[in-house]
Design a protein around this ligand. Structure first.
Ligand SMILES: Cc1ncc(COP(=O)(O)O)c(C=O)c1O
Length: 418
């Protein structure tokens, strides 16, 4: 269990009371259990058995250095989507040959940097191959590329929110199968690119393995053809393993891995390394957003609980209508009532939904499963400071990155245009 209650009934994470965390870190603060994240990575790697593999953590899910170092310590690589994420992954000890660089619109200087670092660039269009070849030529170098295939999986089959479905034929991502001959031709024509892999990523928060395995099967069938002309060193089935946000999740990350390992062997590709790019599933359940109750309000039949965390701190509910459980940190004997939990931001969508919570007796609340796509999506909207981050390891607080000072924001904005 990611969060547990201690003998006094107080919520803990990684063996540390969240009341103690709130004593030393200003709220709102993200609190992460680094050891549990490392264990999650270990468990996933074990699921590959003897299959050669690489777990490339999707840095967009959580970009904190301590998290990246903990995962790199388990042998994880990185999936990055910007030059900045690439610099970060390298700074946190991820080797270049364990990094894949995805994204539909990479800047020229990002491509140059990736080529210089020797990371594999996941190309998302036929056109991009030409750009990369030209830049590699200017640098007198050879770029390692993989082609991200868009397997055109029906979005309805993905059973996830439309905004995080990426492997259907109307998505901007990847190369459609119909365009693959042109992409292979572009790769073959240039001696400045080496095609070393094929990848797919069909979407996020997948709660069963069926669509993922369908996409993998299609990808592997293509790989069997392509490897006759290009010695592929890996196939990459992407991330997207779902977690249980409270509504259940039928499949564990290891189930996805075991299923695609079976399919890989079945298609006679067991000698090729299998890459996956999980973000959420390695970190989400091992992080909470710790927040303080600001006030309660009753208007008509509606009860509101106003907290000091808002949509600028955790965007997922506003962006994807995502639901996170909200629980009191301290136990309370007060009777429960349905309250709408909202933040301080001046937007109606700054709303964490309706929750059954005690009518009083607690001053701290935790938004659960907030370790992925939380801090990385945070903004300073409404002049709000970025939240603190607290890192727990070995049953104690290992480090704290303090919440920003809001007066810094005011000063920055005052200087804008001056
Ligand atoms: C290309 C790519 N790989 C991996 C991921 C990680 O997905 P998840 O966090 O669902 O595992 C994403 C998420 O958007 C992605 O776009």
């Amino acid at each position: 269990m990611p969060t547990l209650r201690d003998a006094a009934g107080t919520l803990t994470l990684g063996g540390v009371s969240l009341v103690d965390v709130a004593r030393v870190a200003e709220t709102p603060s993200y609190v992460y259990d680094l050891d549990a994240m490392a264990a999650e990575a270990r468990e996933l790697r074990e699921a590959f058995g003897s299959q050669r593999h690489r777990v490339c953590f999707a840095v967009k899910a959580n970009s904190a250095g301590a998290v990246l170092r903990a995962l790199a310590g388990q042998g994880c690589g990185a999936d990055v989507v910007s030059g900045a994420e690439l610099v970060l992954a390298r700074a946190c000890g991820v080797p270049s040959d364990a990094i894949v660089f995805s994204g539909v619109a990479k800047l020229g200087r990002e491509i140059d940097f990736a080529i210089a670092e020797g990371v594999t660039i996941q190309v998302e269009s036929v056109e991009e191959i030409g750009r990369i070849a030209e830049r590699a030529s200017d640098l007198g170098a050879r770029a390692r590329i993989s082609i991200r295939i868009n397997p055109a999986i029906d979005s309805a089959a993905l059973a996830t929110h439309a905004n995080i479905a990426t492997g259907h034929d109307e998505a901007k991502f990847g190369v459609l199968v119909a365009d693959l001959p042109a992409a292979l031709d572009a790769a073959s024509r240039s001696d400045r690119v080496s095609l070393v892999g094929l990848s797919a990523h069909i979407g996020s928060q997948l709660t069963d393995t069926a669509a993922y395995v369908d996409a993998a099967r299609a990808l592997f069938a293509i790989a069997r053809e392509v490897r006759q002309a290009h010695p592929l060193s890996f196939v990459d089935t992407g991330g997207g393993f779902g977690i249980d946000y409270g509504a259940g999740c039928g499949a564990r990350p290891a189930d996805f891995v075991r299923a695609v390992c079976r399919e890989l062997a079945h298609q006679g590709l067991g000698d090729v390394a299998l890459y996956v790019e999980p973000g959420r599933s390695l970190v989400a359940t091992h992080g909470v957003l710790l927040t303080r109750v600001i006030q309660r309000k009753v208007s008509g039949d509606q009860r509101w609980l106003m907290i000091d965390a808002g949509m600028n701190d955790l965007l997922r509910p506003a962006l994807y209508q995502a639901r996170h459980r909200v629980v009191p940190v301290e136990t309370s004997g007060a009777p429960c009532a349905t309250v709408r939990v909202v933040g301080p931001v001046c937007e109606s969508s700054d709303d964490f939904g309706a929750h059954d919570l005690p009518e009083g007796g607690f001053s701290l609340a935790a938004v659960l499963d907030a370790g992925a796509y939380g801090y990385t999506m945070a903004s300073r909207y409404n002049g709000r400071a970025l939240p603190a981050e607290v890192f727990i390891s070995g049953g104690r607080i290992a480090s704290i990155t303090a919440r920003e000072d809001w007066s810094a924001w005011a000063g920055d904005r005052a200087r804008a245009g001056a």
